[in-house]
Design a protein around this ligand. Structure first.
Ligand SMILES: Cc1cc2nc3c(=O)[nH]c(=O)nc-3n(C[C@H](O)[C@H](O)[C@H](O)COP(=O)(O)OP(=O)(O)OC[C@H]3O[C@@H](n4cnc5c(N)ncnc54)[C@H](O)[C@@H]3O)c2cc1C
Length: 378
């Protein structure tokens, strides 16, 4: 019986394990490894940030996974040997016939001087909890939300954060004594969609949130509470940064990043295959020409599942990766917009934008519920 080893039980790994479990489980078995005991949707961190949900309430325990042919192991991957498809964890060693690396992106907050000492983030559950507490105690002043490096997870998320923080501070009655500013190194919020960018820029302006595109905060001065930009310093009372992202160290050390752009795992963008036979990389850790977002990781998992099934059956070519995904964007006041992105199937990337509306908020809730049901049966 063949062995499929999936490293990382995030958006991509969970979808792949689900798909493989649903087909041919008598011909192979799957081991799914993650260092954590629970999964949290990226967008749930926004809920934690504004105190709408607790971390416990949005945590989905891996122990709930009961899929035929799939066993979950809570272990930390410490070495990957792609030519041998061999993996070492803190709990054992694994050999595989198919190895899928879906370890996501790590954060590197220390690479921005002063950020660890004086900045907040909401990209990790712990960071979102700390920022929630800081916002609850905030009495007004200048609040900067800055994107510290590109690429980063979920291109709309920094703007969603700013819009939700605005709403939260309104409710607390301290918005009129707070100046919120968004600073981004990118020229527009969502470069692939002029419509979505315009809707976000309008929403920021309508709420009196400052927006400085094309500028990057390079460092913080924790003693002076000042953010350093090439064009001058900006004082702040509360600094919120989207940390610089990087490939997990264990992936970088494995040789999988050789040939990938900016240190990400090198893959064929149409198949997600790495240069090593039987080894795939998908989702945020892979150098595929799509944004870092769960919906793209999920779609990539479908392509990899098809290829593994085809390799086992000895059947013909499978559909190539189309780089499609629908991303939901929180605007506050219960309104949600949607981007239907397609990066690879047309002559050029496209991403028409819908909303924002209450109906799309319902659709987003359904999106989360179907994944909870598919992956965890809850
Ligand atoms: C605030 C915020 C909002 C977001 N909103 C959205 C959204 O609305 N829609 C959307 O599609 N995406 C959204 N995202 C992005 C989304 O969460 C990620 O892009 C997505 O989770 C990537 O999937 P993945 O499978 O590649 O990696 P992940 O889901 O990050 O999974 C990687 C897994 O690997 C594990 N891992 C890493 N290193 C090791 C190791 N050494 N050993 C064992 N396990 C390890 C991690 O614990 C993790 O569970 C958001 C992200 C954030 C931060």
């Amino acid at each position: 019986m063949r062995h499929v080893l999936i490293l990382g039980a995030g958006f991509g790994g969970l979808e792949l394990a689900t798909l493989l479990s649903g087909s041919m489980s008598d011909e192979f078995h799957v081991t799914l490894i993650d260092q954590n005991d629970t999964f949290i949707f990226g967008f749930s961190k926004l809920e934690i940030l504004i105190g709408r949900q607790t971390r416990e309430a949005v945590s989905l325990p891996y122990r709930d996974i009961t899929k035929p042919g799939v066993r979950f192991r809570q272990e930390r991957v410490i070495a990957i040997d792609p030519p041998r498809r061999h993996v070492v964890t803190d709990g054992g060693t694994y050999d595989s016939d198919f190895l899928v690396v879906a370890l996501g992106a790590d954060y590197d907050p220390a690479v921005t001087p002063g950020f660890v000492a004086d900045g907040h983030e909401y990209y990790s559950p712990a960071g979102a909890e700390r920022l929630r507490d800081a916002l609850a105690a905030f009495t007004g002043g200048t609040l900067i939300v800055a994107i510290l490096g590109v690429p980063f997870k979920c291109p709309p998320a920094p703007y969603e954060g700013a819009l939700l923080i605005h709403e939260y501070l309104m409710e607390r009655g301290v918005r009129d004594v707070t100046d919120i500013q968004v600073v981004s190194p990118m020229g527009s919020p969502i470069p692939v969609s002029a419509e979505a960018s315009a809707a976000i820029v309008l929403a920021l302006a309508e709420r009196g949130i400052g927006y400085t595109p094309g500028h990057r905060v390079t460092a913080l001065d924790p003693s002076a509470h000042v953010a350093r930009l090439a064009t001058g310093d900006r004082p702040y009372d509360l600094f919120v940064g989207v940390p610089v992202h990087r490939v997990p160290a264990v992936v970088a050390e494995s040789g999988l990043t050789k040939g990938g752009n900016d240190g990400w795992a090198a893959v064929n963008p149409r198949t997600l295959a790495t240069p090593f036979p039987g080894v795939y990389a998908l989702g945020d850790c892979a150098d595929a020409p799509v944004p870092r977002a769960g919906v793209f990781a999920e779609n990539a998992a479908r392509v990899v599942a098809d290829q593994i099934a085809a390799a086992i059956r000895g059947s013909g070519p499978t559909d190539p990766y189309n780089g499609q995904g629908s991303c939901y964007v929180e605007f506050g006041e219960g309104l949600v917009g949607k981007l239907d992105a397609d990066f690879l199937s047309g002559p050029s990337p496209s991403a028409p934008f819908l909303g924002p509306s209450l109906e799309l908020a319902t659709e987003k809730a359904r999106f989360a519920a179907t994944r909870r049901q598919r992956w965890f049966g809850t």
